[in-house]
Structure formats: C-alpha cells, structure tokens
Design a protein around this ligand. Structure first.
Ligand SMILES: Nc1ncnc2c1ncn2[C@@H]1O[C@H](COP(=O)(O)OP(=O)(O)O)[C@@H](O)[C@H]1O
Ligand SMILES: [Mg+2]
Length: 306
C-alpha cells in the first residue's frame, strides 16, 4: 500500500505522527519505507533521530536529485542502523524493515515535468512491491508534491497498487475547515485527482483524516483549570465536532486522533515505550493512540467504503 500523508497547513503534526506510525508498523512486523516528499523542507531525518540526515542528505543523492534525474536511484537509509536512540539498537525482536528515503539537504520545491513523473512512478512501483507500507510525506497544501502524487497514481502502471490518503489537521476551527478544503474543495485532492484521471468515488473513498494534538478536556492535563475554562473547553470541543461533521471530516472518515502530548509539543521525535514507562515524560494515551493508528492504517476495514 502507498499511503500519502498530506495536510493543508504546515505544523499540523503530519510528519511527526507519520514517522511514529512508520516506526510502529515496522515494530509490528511490517516492512515499511518512508519517503520525504516535503520538498521545501525535507527534515524527516530529524524526527527519526538521524543526525546525519536531519535536514536531508548531502552529496546530491536524495529524492530531489533522483526526481530531477541526476542520480539513477535515491539513497535508502536503513533506519535500524541510523536512529540514534539506544533503545532501538539493536532493533527489538520481531521488527521488520524500516527505511527512509530522505530529500536533499538544501533542496527546494520544483515544478514537475513528464520525466519526473516517470521516475516517480518507477520508484513508487518498485517500493510498493518491496514494502508492505510506503508512506509518502507530502509538502503541505496544494503543492507540487501533491500534484505529482495525484498524477502518478492515476497512471496505469500504479493502478494495481492500493493507494490511500491521510489528511492531518489540528483540532481547531481553522484546521478543520482547511483540511476539508484540501480533501474536497477546489483544487483539492479529489478535484485535482479527477482532473488527472482518477475515478471520483474511489478517490473520495480512499481519503481519511487524522486529528493531532487534540486536547482532552477531561484529562489530568487540564485538572488545574477554572470551572469557567473547563466548561468553555467542553463547549468548544462540541462545536468543533459539529463543524467537522458538517464539513465531512467527522467520525465516519476519522482514522485516528492523537492527544496533545507534552513531549511532542516540545520536540518532534519518536515516542518509545521507554518515554512512557522509564523516563515517564510522554503520556500513555499518546502511546496507545499511535499504536491504534498504526494498526488501523494497515487494517483494510478502516478503509472500507462508506
Ligand atoms: N500530538 C501532539 N501533541 C503536541 N504537539 C504535537 C503533536 N503532534 C505534533 N505536534 C507538534 O506540532 C509541530 C508540528 O508537527 P510536524 O509533524 O512538524 O507538522 P507538519 O509535518 O504537519 O508540518 C511539532 O512541533 C510537533 O512536535
Ligand atoms: Mg512536516
């Protein structure tokens, strides 16, 4: 399966959540690769604790160079050899492959051409054969990366591969409206995809949403609130639920929801069991939500037509 991770805005939690999902799927025994298609800011390496690729890879061997045609294959980093977290070295028993294809350090956004589309399609087809899950983290908004993804997946060569779309958004008014617009609005995923040859209902059915950094008004995090504040939070949450339902980003298309976590608020990183149990810095609810998301991503039932 190829899973495109999208968001209308930057700073939604798309990358940090996707990296954590990638890790968890690999820990659950599924071969996973992660492509950093955030061309303007290829920093997935930083989230995966790979210092040598924190801003992309040097030497002109990353995804930018591959797509632009200057190398015949992009670098594939075996993350089990590169993640600088002692708890993951050696990788836990039962872990499957986990590979990062970083962008180029200093690489930027670029317009797409036919040759690039061919290269992208060849790469995705090969990776989809080799890995059970290919996560492609796309630049935010109606970007060239999104155009490229919609273009290649409409091509016959990729039609046999299952492709799915996740739209990440924060739990706020602006983000809900923006996420709905990216999925269903003018020049959004469905409209652009149909222009490029996708079947509307199929594409529409393959889109799900992930809410990130969601405050849980009833959690101990909010124990110190004034009664007026607690009541306001509850009311606002209820209003957001209604707005989401009206904009077609409600429960029926929700794949998962990750609570607001103090660790992620301060640092983009992998959340490991040790962060919850030993260091006791991350919340167990965050761990559980990320595990559930990883399971649901790979469970066909979560993607059944509505
Ligand atoms: N569940 C969460 N709780 C708190 N902060 C979060 C959560 N998810 C993401 N963040 C923070 O939000 C910021 C944006 O996340 P990032 O993954 O870089 O977003 P994007 O890829 O959409 O630009 C980061 O600082 C990240 O750590
Ligand atoms: Mg990102």
């Amino acid at each position: 399966m190829i899973l495109f991770a999208t968001s209308d805005k930057g700073g939604t939690g798309r990358s940090v959540t996707s990296c954590n999902v990638a890790l968890r799927c690999a820990l659950q025994g599924h071969d996973v690769c992660y492509l950093d298609f955030d061309f303007g800011s290829p920093t997935a390496g930083a989230i995966f604790h790979v210092d040598s690729a924190a801003r992309g890879i040097t030497g002109g061997r990353g995804l930018h160079s591959y797509l632009e045609g200057s190398v015949s294959a992009p670098v594939e980093l075996d993350l089990w050899r590169h993640i600088e977290r002692a708890e993951l070295r050696p990788p836990p028993a039962g872990a499957a492959r986990l590979v990062l294809l970083p962008g180029d350090e200093g690489g930027g956004e670029f317009p797409i051409d036919d040759e690039m589309i061919d290269r992208c399609q060849r790469l995705l087809r090969r990776l989809a054969e080799e890995f059970e899950l290919v996560i492609v983290d796309l630049s935010a908004g109606r970007s060239y990366a999104l155009q490229l993804a919609l273009e290649v997946t409409a091509r016959p060569a990729l039609r046999a591969v299952t492709t799915r779309w996740l739209v990440f958004h924060r739990w706020t008014r602006q983000h809900i409206i923006a996420a709905a617009g990216l999925a269903y609005g003018d020049h959004g995923i469905v409209a652009t995809g149909v222009d490029k040859g996708h079947v509307r209902d199929q594409l529409d059915d393959s889109v799900r949403f992930v809410r990130t950094a969601v405050p849980a008004p009833e959690s101990s995090q909010f124990a110190g609130l004034l009664p007026t504040q607690a009541a306001w939070l509850q009311e606002t949450d209820a209003e957001l639920q209604k707005l989401a339902a009206r904009r077609r980003v409600g429960r029926s298309v929700l794949l998962g929801s990750v609570p607001l976590d103090p660790v992620l608020q301060w640092r983009e990183q992998l959340i490991l069991d040790s962060d919850v149990r030993t260091l006791q810095i991350a919340n167990k609810e965050t761990n559980a939500a990320l595990d559930a998301l990883a399971e649901d991503v790979l469970n066909d039932d979560s993607w059944e037509g509505l």
